[in-house]
Design a protein around this ligand. Structure first.
Ligand code: ZN
Length: 147
């Protein structure tokens, strides 16, 4: 179990140091900002949605290791997915970090966030990019805040 925890930490650190899809997107047809005042995390999610598919997704922002790694992993996971699939992934992630699921069921890479539920302050960091993504997919135009 300790080995697993170390592995998870490595994955989070790796995504934090080298965030994937970390750039602005000129071709984005949806763009939304999210803010977590508790920690100071700021994220902007860029999306290119066409025919109910997330054709492309990227993000920018400033935040702690957890929020950055979460956003980075999120972009990898939802790219190429349908809006419905993205919603399913969002729910799984939400259940995992809030402790509603134990992370054993088909979580894939998301499992690295299983330990976040132990730190309630960090749950908002981890879910900020996801709430922002979801609001952008629903074509909400008001910035997202975790408060
Ligand atoms: Zn944070």
């Amino acid at each position: 179990m300790n080995d697993l925890r170390e592995l998870y930490q490595e994955v989070i650190l790796d995504h934090c140091k080298k965030p994937r899809n970390f750039h602005e997107m000129d071709e984005a047809n949806r763009r939304l900002e999210g803010y977590n005042p508790l920690c100071g995390d700021k994220v902007t999610v860029y999306l290119q949605v066409k025919d109910d598919l997330v054709q492309d997704v990227s993000f920018q922002g400033e935040g702690c290791a957890i929020s950055t790694a979460s956003a980075s992993l999120m972009t990898e996971l939802v790219k190429g997915k349908s809006l419905e699939e993205a919603e399913v992934i969002f729910r799984r992630f939400q259940d995992l970090v809030t402790g509603k699921s134990d992370g054993s069921a088909d979580m894939g890479k998301l499992a690295v966030f299983a330990g976040v539920g132990e730190f309630p302050m960090r749950v908002k960091c981890a879910t900020l990019p996801w709430h922002t993504l979801r609001a952008a997919l629903k074509q909400q135009d008001e910035a997202v805040t975790t408060e």
